[in-house]
Design a protein around this ligand. Structure first.
Ligand code: NAP
Length: 281
C-alpha cells in the first residue's frame, strides 16, 4: 500500500507560512487577477485564488472583463497594473476567449509581477537556475517530494507531458534536483517501456486512466498532476488510482494532491514579489 501524499494538508502549511511572512511586511502584498469572459472553470479558479489570498493576508483585486474585450483594452489594463505600486503580482486567467492573443498578454506582464512564471524572461531564469519565481504546479510537486523526504538525486524520473506550464518546467526542476529525466509526449512510442523504469513518475497529460498498473514499477513514486472528469463526471487524474496505488510507494490523490499545492505556490510567489518590491530580497 502506498503512502498518500496529502497535498491539502501541505498546502495549508505553506499558506500559513505565507500568511505569517506577509503579516510582517510594511505593506500587504497585492494581487491583480484578470478574468476575461465567462468560462465556468476559469471562474472557479479565480474564486479559489481570491479565497487563498484572503486566507494569506494578500489583497486581491479582480478585474472581470467581457468576452468581447479587445486586445488593446486588455493590454492597456495590464500596463496600468504594471505601473500600480500596490500590485505585486498580475495574473491573467487562461485560456482567453478568441481572438485574444495569450502570448501577447504573457509578454506584456512585467517579469517582476509575473507570479505565474510564464514570461519568457522568467522561464529563461528558471532554466539557468536563477529563478525568483517558480512555476506553481512543478514547484508544488517539488515541495511535496521534499516534504515527504523523497530524494530525487540519482533517481530515474519520467515526466508525461511537455507543456510550457507543467511538463517542461517539471523536467527542469527534476533535472536541477539531480534526477535523470525523460520527457514523454503524444509522439512517444511504447510509453509503457519508459514509464515502467521510473522511480518517480509525474503524469501531466489530461487523459483519465492513461497510467495503469502495468506502466508503473513496483515501489515507484507516482505524482498525478492532471485534472480530468471520468465517465460519471467525477474529478480524476491520469492515473488509475485503484490499480496503481498498491504498487506505488507514494502516490498523490486527485483531488487533494497537486491541485492545492499549485494554489499554495502561487501565494508564495506573490509573497516573493512583494518582498522584492519592498527591497527585502
Ligand atoms: P497540455 O498543454 O494539453 O499538454 C498535455 C501534454 O500531454 C502534451 O505535451 C501532449 O503531447 C501530452 N500527451 C497527450 N496525449 C498523450 C499520450 N497519449 N501520451 C503521452 N503524452 C501525451 O496540458 P497541461 O496544461 O500541461 O495540463 C496537463 C494536465 O494537468 C491537464 O489535465 C490539466 O488540467 C492538468 N493541470 C493541473 C494543474 C494542477 O494544479 N493540478 C495545473 C495545470 C494543469 P504533445 O506535446 O505531443 O501534444
Amino acid at each position: 500500500m502506498a503512502i498518500q501524499i496529502d497535498g491539502k494538508a501541505l498546502a495549508k502549511r505553506v499558506k500559513e507560512q505565507v500568511r505569517e511572512e506577509a503579516a510582517a511586511l510594511s505593506r500587504k502584498p497585492g494581487l491583480a487577477v484578470i478574468l476575461v469572459g465567462e468560462d465556468p472553470a476559469s471562474k472557479v479558479y479565480v474564486r479559489g485564488k481570491e479565497s487563498d489570498c484572503a486566507e494569506c493576508g494578500i489583497v486581491s483585486v479582480s478585474h472581470r472583463l467581457a468576452a468581447d474585450t479587445s486586445q488593446e483594452e486588455l493590454l492597456s489594463l495590464i500596463e496600468a497594473l504594471n505601473r500600480d505600486a500596490a500590485v505585486d503580482g498580475i495574473l491573467c486567467q487562461l485560456p482567453l476567449p478568441k481572438p485574444l492573443n495569450e502570448q501577447l498578454v504573457i509578454h506584456s506582464i512585467l517579469p517582476d509581477k509575473d507570479v505565474d512564471c510564464f514570461h519568457p524572461f522568467n522561464v529563461g531564469k528558471l532554466t539557468v537556475g536563477e529563478a525568483g519565481f517558480l512555476p506553481c504546479t512543478p514547484a508544488g510537486v517539488m515541495e511535496m517530494l521534499r516534504a515527504y523526504d523523497i530524494s530525487v538525486a540519482g533517481k530515474r524520473c519520467v515526466v508525461l507531458g511537455r507543456s510550457n506550464i507543467v511538463g517542461k518546467p517539471m523536467a527542469t526542476l527534476l533535472t536541477q534536483a539531480d534526477g535523470t529525466v525523460t520527457v514523454c509526449h503524444s509522439r512517444t512510442p511504447d510509453l509503457k517501456a519508459i514509464t515502467a523504469q521510473a522511480d518517480i513518475l509525474v503524469s501531466a497529460v489530461g487523459r483519465a486512466a492513461l497510467v495503469g498498473a502495468d506502466m508503473v514499477k513496483d515501489g515507484a513514486v507516482v505524482i498525478d498532476v492532471a485534472m480530468n472528469r471520468d465517465g460519471e463526471g467525477k474529478l480524476c487524474g491520469d492515473v488509475d488510482f485503484a490499480a496503481v496505488e498498491p504498487k506505488a510507494s507514494y502516490i498523490t490523490p486527485v483531488p487533494g494532491g497537486v491541485g492545492p499545492m499549485t494554489r499554495a505556490m502561487l501565494m508564495r510567489n506573490i509573497l516573493t514579489a512583494a518582498k522584492d518590491h519592498q527591497g527585502l530580497l
